[in-house]
Design a protein around this ligand. Structure first.
Ligand code: ASP
Ligand code: MG
Length: 487
């Protein structure tokens, strides 16, 4: 069966039929019933060429990591038991999906069997030789392989031509196991070669999220929550391969879209109906859970719009659209909080006008694996403040105090009772920051350090952590007061 207008019937030029990449997240993939929802998505998007990218079934990635750890600890009985549970979870779903479809059930059961054998084998290697990162990535890759195969077989069982494609044959990455980055030139080439044929014959590619392969052919993963990234990498490839066709990505989630603040933190969070790529990167950085900032860049490059939609409402009118322009009539889009941070301050008159001092500070931190977030320096250069992870605060302090370079002329302090409040929107417009600070002033909340990004899209304010809740509520009122916001 053709999945789109024109690919078989010749109603319109097939190369122009819009391409929709549906990424189905683990939060949606909870049961056999959830897999059946794919039929509703296909019905709602039947005028398009559809591609599915899937995460593992809910909770399976965590379980696979656990299994690998148990194997590494040589807890044989336990890891074998856990592996059995993973197997059963998939077997149960298959039984429910393919009740009256013997051939499909056989295919799905075979796939589970083979996967479990491969897992058994690699887990034995972990027990014998240790948990190298490449082995862990191979283990966790089965979460997506198992779920995506089921999806594809399910579509086939319902008259579509689902085509299972493991991304460790498609997305080429660097060697950073556990957090790999795509090598786009190689990836585009591979995707173009493999997907074009599948799409041209009207099949529906079902591609594993989260995973890739390095140049040596080992399976890699793109970081936790990486399936969004897979969808955006594939969208980039599609836009490159089919320049005449509109491409869009829909991230199917268990929420309506991106919100102006964490729903539990404020009374009336606002759904962000239309924001720009640049704003989305800021929001996703702080709001981390719904969207990873990495996944915006490939879309931005190819101008591929992204929608975040609720899996239970395939054609719902409430969703988030992220594209080049966004809605610039709404000035303050969102508030977020970065917790688990420590603020480190370096003070010295020796900092003044000496080239390379900051570079040295950050080199010490970088060489010791400490990541720096907000940076704020007075123009006098006497005082420099930056934030690191809470656990790294004291480590950073000791490293800097212990470094012969800074010993005599510098004072370092750390404060780990802080959070960073991020205000996202057009914070460079006249009067916008006034509103934010008025709200904080009314509550008597002091800003301890401050940084505004030069694109005018983010102002980050360090405050004492005890004020977090009050500050978020207070500043969020600025979002609610704006005309045009849908509450
Ligand atoms: N299954 C992977 C994870 O749980 C990737 C994803 O869900 O996007 O992190
Ligand atoms: Mg997930």
């Amino acid at each position: 069966m053709s999945n789109s207008l024109g690919t078989k019937g010749g109603i319109m030029d097939a190369s122009k039929v819009p391409i929709v990449i549906h990424k189905v997240g683990g939060s949606c993939l909870t049961s056999a019933e959830a897999v059946k929802q794919l039929l509703n998505l296909l019905d709602a998007y039947k005028a398009n060429r559809n591609i599915f990218v899937a995460s593992a079934f809910k909770g399976i990635t965590d379980k696979l990591i656990e299994v690998a750890k148990l194997a590494a600890d040589k807890k044989d009985a336990e890891y074998k038991q856990k592996l059995k549970e993973i197997r059963k979870a998939h077997d149960d779903i298959n039984q429910q999906l393919f009740k009256d479809k013997v051939a499909n059930l056989e295919n799905a059961a075979d796939f589970v069997n083979t996967s479990i054998h491969q897992l058994d084998d690699i887990l034995e290697q972990i027990a014998d030789y240790g948990m190298e990162t490449f082995r862990l990535d191979f283990v966790v890759s089965f979460g997506e392989k198992l779920s995506t195969f089921v999806l594809s077989e399910f579509l086939t069982s319902r008259g579509f031509d689902g085509h299972y494609m493991p991304a460790d044959q498609l997305i080429v990455t660097d060697d950073r196991f556990g957090n790999a980055l795509p090598l786009m030139d190689f990836t585009v080439r591979k995707v173009r070669r493999q997907i074009t044929q599948v799409m041209n014959r009207g099949s529906i590619p079902c591609i594993t999220g989260f995973i890739g392969l390095n140049k040596s052919g080992y399976t890699t993963t793109l970081g936790r929550g990486g399936s969004d990234y897979s969808a955006s990498i594939l969208a980039y490839c599609m836009a490159d391969t089919f320049p005449g066709a509109p491409v869009k990505v829909i991230l199917w989630k268990n929420v309506d879209g991106l919100m102006s603040a964490a729903p539990e933190a404020v009374d009336k969070p606002i759904l962000l109906e239309h924001i720009s790529f640049a704003e989305a990167k800021e929001i996703s950085y702080f709001g981390a859970k719904v969207l990873h900032p990495k996944c915006i860049t490939p879309l931005e490059r190819q101008k591929v719009p992204l929608e975040i939609r609720n899996f239970d409402k395939p054609l719902g009118s409430r969703f988030s659209l992220i594209d080049e322009k966004g809605d610039d009539t709404i000035l303050i889009k969102g508030i977020s909080v970065l917790r688990d941070v420590a603020m480190v301050t370096a003070k010295s008159s020796a900092l003044v006008a000496i080239p390379g001092v900051l570079a040295k500070i950050f080199t010490v931190l970088g060489e010791n694996g400490i990541n720096v977030s907000l940076v704020s320096q007075s123009s006098s250069e006497v005082n420099t403040t930056f934030c690191v992870g809470k656990d790294d605060g004291t480590k950073a302090l000791n490293l800097l105090r212990g470094s012969p370079m800074f010993k005599d002329f510098f004072e370092f302090h750390v404060n780990d009772k802080v959070v960073v409040l991020g205000v996202i929107g057009r914070v460079d417009e006249v009067g916008v920051k006034d509103k934010v600070f008025e709200r904080l002033d009314e509550k008597g909340i002091k800003s301890l350090a401050l940084a505004q990004s030069a694109d005018g899209l983010n102002v980050s304010i360090v405050i004492e952590d005890k004020h977090e809740k009050e500050a978020v509520k207070a500043v969020h009122k600025c979002c609610q007061e704006q005309g045009g916001c849908k509450v």
